[in-house]
Design a protein around this ligand. Structure first.
Ligand SMILES: Cc1ncc(COP(=O)(O)O)c(C=O)c1O
Length: 381
């Protein structure tokens, strides 16, 4: 038995045995973190919540590499992506796009009626600093915000955010907003040192929390920009988040149970060591890349990593299938599930052609090796 089943109103919810859930988010949650969430609920305007938020701050700031407060948002990460668009651009945003999630920043701009352009590369390629420099230099003053996704989860691409930030810094009055949803806690990122103005993440990826919380931090410069914008929206108003942090609170009622879970999870991450956690993720990615190369070599079939060499995410690998008409992404996922493992099919337009392995969060090399062995059996049949 590799799963547990629960009957709910004639439907069966089947959960997998621990160590077998390799989605690129949400990812597996430690039993200790789940247990921490069963503590009695506390008031969101109480001394207890201040103590909880206060105890989270040093660790969250260390995680982000910032001295700024880290906001806790009861929403999925998309909410804090929306905050970037509605709080940080008063003129026009330039969205660096290399896959589905980076494209979402532009979609949000369209949905909220904010002017924005896309600077796109093929899915699997990275957004390069020199391309950005060329566009910004061609029309100085056109843009006041650049958005980028650090780890593009639809392709497994890792963008060179540090170099991109250096290019943005060459121009006056342009902020940089970075989505670190699938990189935070799995790939090196230092907000202050790299000069990032706004960093957001979700808690259900390499942080290994259940879904439901997003985290974000804004530079002083970013907050100053927000004060110049009147219609920042209501729920995702960064000035409200900042003001609430003076009292170690959130603007509205937060998911306090998830915050208890985050408390436990952050203690665990500190215990592992952030750099060690980055190293473990890189090791899992390297192992997966070698496995794909070996699979291609041994079968003589065209298994290929989607992300370009040199720009591969330590947390997620997308693999192009040799014959997606014969056996596409969803079918591989289905067959592997029968063997008691979960991975994801491709995302968006790559759904059929690719599969995605989320080697992120709490997974160990031993668990990954077991997964790849089973996946190999599915792919070779
Ligand atoms: C890079 C990236 N950005 C944004 C999102 C959206 O996150 P959420 O579903 O938490 O809103 C995801 C989700 O997979 C993601 O991978």
């Amino acid at each position: 038995m590799h799963s547990n089943s629960t009957m709910i109103e004639n439907r069966t919810v089947t959960t997998l045995e621990y160590g077998r859930f390799f989605l690129p988010g949400p990812t597996e949650v430690r039993p200790e973190t789940l247990a921490a969430m069963t503590q009695p609920v506390i008031g969101h305007r109480s001394e207890e919540i201040q103590a909880l938020m206060g105890s989270l701050q040093p660790e969250l700031r260390h995680l982000f590499g910032t001295e700024r407060p880290v906001y806790v948002s009861t929403s999925s990460a998309t909410g804090m992506m929306e905050a970037a668009i509605t709080n940080l651009s008063r003129k026009r945003a330039l969205c660096l796009v290399c896959g589905a999630f980076s494209g979402r920043f532009h979609a949000i701009a369209e949905a909220t009626g904010r002017p924005a352009d896309r600077l796109s590369v093929e899915w699997g390629e990275a957004n390069l600093p020199e391309d950005l420099r060329a566009v910004l230099a061609a029309d100085p003053g056109r843009y006041d915000l650049v958005t980028v996704v650090h780890s593009e989860t639809s392709t497994g691409t890792l963008n060179p955010v540090r170099e991109i930030a250096a290019v943005v810094a060459e121009f006056d009055d342009i902020l940089l907003a970075v989505d670190t949803v699938s990189s935070m806690a799995g790939a090196p990122l230092r907000m202050d040192e790299w000069g990032l103005d706004y960093v957001l993440t979700g808690a259900q990826k390499a942080l290994a929390m259940p879904p439901g919380l997003a985290l974000a931090a804004a530079s002083e410069r970013a907050l100053a920009r927000a004060t110049e914008i009147e219609n920042r929206g209501f729920y995702f108003d960064l000035l409200k988040f900042e003001k609430s942090m003076d009292r170690l609170m959130t603007p509205n009622t937060p998911a306090v149970s998830l915050m208890f879970g985050l408390r436990s999870q952050m203690e665990h991450i500190v215990e592992e060591g952030l750099e060690e956690r980055w190293r473990r993720h890189q090791q899992m990615a390297d192992h997966t890349h070698l496995w794909v190369a070996r699979l291609a070599g041994e079968t003589g079939r065209h298994f290929e990593i989607v992300a370009a060499p040199g720009y591969r995410s330590p947390t997620v690998t997308a693999v192009r299938l040799p014959d997606p008409e014969e056996m596409g992404g969803p079918e591989v996922v289905r067959r592997l599930r029968e063997r008691g493992y979960a991975i994801a099919s491709g995302y968006g337009k790559l759904k059929q052609e690719t599969i995605r392995i989320g080697h992120m969060g709490e997974h160990t090399m031993a668990q990954l090796e077991d997964l790849l062995e089973e996946l190999g059996k599915v792919l070779i049949t």
